[in-house]
Design a protein around this ligand. Structure first.
Ligand SMILES: Nc1ncnc2c1ncn2[C@@H]1O[C@H](COP(=O)(O)OP(=O)(O)OP(=O)(O)O)[C@@H](O)[C@H]1O
Length: 267
């Protein structure tokens, strides 16, 4: 028996080291501003990866390159590679639509659509061609359950999402991201506009979600990164200074600049 459990543990270990994204000498410029400089690090499957660093260091830019949203800025130029599941997403021939069904995004400020709670969650599946009412009902219920908000909204699904509290709106936005059954969820400071109670709920939710999804989270809150992430990347002035297990970054940083940042000496 012991042997079996050891083999299983090894298999899990192997599974958990699958790489979803890999960046290879990634550079990005906004006009003359060199915002990302030779970034190299992997994003692992079913782990929470936190991106930390002072304001303007390139955290959001990095996150937005992972779903190619950054291209919406006309002056952007990139070099290097970002592999998503072994396909270079910066390659001209790569269809960005392929990423839209695989990568969900949650923003700093909850941004529900001015529609009912139900229609917010059903929006993505409808765009992807699902019309059957029963199928949509099932997706809406399971997504709201997945985002730990079902009990609070199940009797008011037809009400406008703007009637929800900020914390509820953010969980609704997470449900909206889950409804497309993504592979990865990108979160850009998802709790910075929330009160401590709602923050805690979203943090607990992230811990649940990582059983099924790979999560990348940008956060200014170092305690949050330490609490909820498995891996941490510390950026400064567009460079990746250190990337490691979260415990190693916070307890035994190798670079003096990481130590100075996490101990609050700057930033
Ligand atoms: N649309 C843009 N056009 C030009 N420069 C930009 C644009 N967006 C970001 N930058 C610049 O790129 C650099 C990185 O910005 P980014 O927003 O990625 O940093 P950040 O670490 O996410 O900051 P914050 O924590 O304040 O959100 C900064 O110098 C910023 O001024």
């Amino acid at each position: 028996m012991k042997y079996v459990s050891e083999v299983k543990a090894k298999a899990n270990e192997k599974e958990n080291t699958a790489v979803v994204y890999n960046t290879d000498d990634l550079n990005l410029w906004y006009g003359d501003t060199h915002a990302l400089k030779n970034i190299n690090f992997p994003i692992y499957e079913k782990k929470v990866t936190a991106i930390i660093g002072p304001s303007g260091c390139g955290k959001s830019t990095f996150l937005k390159t992972l779903n190619r949203m950054v291209e919406l800025v006309p002056s952007v130029k990139t070099s290097g590679k970002i592999s998503y599941r072994d396909q270079n997403i910066l390659d001209r021939s790569f269809m960005v639509e392929d990423l839209r069904t695989k990568v969900g995004m949650v923003f700093q400020k909850p941004n529900p659509f001015p529609k009912s709670i139900y229609d917010n969650v059903a929006y993505g599946p409808r765009i992807h061609g699902i019309k059957d009412k029963k199928t949509l009902d099932t997706i809406v219920e399971s997504s709201l359950k997945g985002a730990a908000i079902w009990e609070e909204v199940k009797d008011r699904l037809k009400e406008n999402a703007y009637g929800l509290s900020g914390g509820q709106q953010q969980r609704l936005c997470i449900a909206r991201a889950l409804a497309i059954e993504p592979d990865v969820i990108l979160m850009d400071e998802p709790t910075s506009a929330l009160d401590p109670k709602s923050t805690l709920k979203v943090e607990e939710l992230i811990q649940e979600l990582k059983k099924d999804f790979s999560i990348v989270i940008v956060t200014h809150n170092m305690q949050q990164a330490a609490r909820i992430s498995d891996k941490t990347a510390f950026m400064l002035n567009g460079e990746l200074i250190e990337y490691d297990e979260t415990d190693a970054i916070f307890q035994n940083p190798k670079d003096k600049r990481t130590e100075d940042y996490i101990t609050g000496r700057f930033g």
